[in-house]
Design a protein around this ligand. Structure first.
Ligand code: ADP
Ligand code: ADP
Length: 227
């Protein structure tokens, strides 16, 4: 599903190249649950952003479902990630002025999905996440854990093949964090959704099947999680 070949990312400053990622080569198959770990500044978010097509590598090739991402024009690239990738953020990134239901519906509007289909998908998500009674509340009326569930419902409403999550439980208490990880595991096992998360937590990483360790922009370890 994902093939990275010799990815490099650097920022040039007064003629000096400051490398964030170097020689990153790896393959991720549909149905994997990968945790990207490593110290602050190692390049984890940059790698996730490149996978999400939000940042471009300086060098190297990225193939996503057979498409050469770097060579696509912007319209095609946006279409590719909107159709297949769901994003989940540490700080949820919900729209404060929109209700729970409106937040879940928002990406479906971008995808130009018709009104009846939108309503039915939003209703399905509200039901699945036990949020029917909360559908007209605003994000600031919810706990952090509930806001993250809305963030995940919003990602899932667009029926992605893959979820990219940057520290999805970084702002949550441990009970809420475990709930999010249980949900990821379920989505991965029952719906074969590929999950790639950046995390500092060994506990979170234990829910996945594979750990990529980044150190100074290089993949220093690539481990299978044994259960
Ligand atoms: P994390 O992903 O670890 O939560 P951030 O992405 O906020 O953290 O930042 C990681 C590091 O990258 C920080 O040390 C920050 O200072 C640095 N950083 C982020 N953006 C820039 C930038 N535009 N220019 C220089 N350094 C940056
Ligand atoms: P991590 O997520 O592992 O904390 P990041 O991917 O956020 O790391 O950042 C890795 C490095 O990239 C940091 O050292 C940061 O200084 C650098 N960096 C990120 N964005 C920029 C930028 N726009 N300009 C210069 N350096 C940047």
């Amino acid at each position: 599903m994902i093939q990275l070949q010799n990815i490099e990312k650097y920022y040039a400053n007064k003629g000096l190249k400051s490398y964030v990622l170097r020689h990153v080569t790896t393959t991720i198959k549909q149905g994997e649950f990968v945790s990207i770990m490593g110290p602050s500044g190692a390049g984890k978010s940059t790698l996730l952003n490149i996978l999400g097509m939000l940042e471009e590598p300086t060098y190297g090739t990225y193939e996503f479902m057979g498409e050469n991402v770097v060579s696509l024009n912007e319209r095609k690239r946006i279409e590719l990630y909107r159709n297949h990738i769901g994003f989940v953020f540490q700080a949820y990134h919900l729209i404060d002025e929109m209700t729970v239901a409106e937040n879940i519906e928002a990406p479906l509007l971008y995808k130009k999905i018709g009104s009846a289909e939108r309503k039915s998908r939003v209703a399905e998500m509200l039901d699945r996440f036990n949020m029917v009674a909360k559908k007209d509340l605003f994000p600031n009326q919810l706990s952090g854990g509930q806001q993250q569930l809305v963030g995940i419902a919003r990602a899932l409403a667009a029926q992605p093949l893959i979820i990219l999550a940057d520290e999805p439980t970084g702002n949550l208490q441990s009970a809420q964090a475990l709930q999010i990880m249980e949900l990821f595991k379920k989505l991965n096992e029952e719906e074969n959704i590929t999950i790639i998360q950046v995390t500092h937590s060994e506990v979170n990483a234990g829910y996945g099947s594979r750990i990529l360790h980044l150190l100074d922009g290089v993949i220093s370890e690539d481990l299978q999680v044994v259960v």
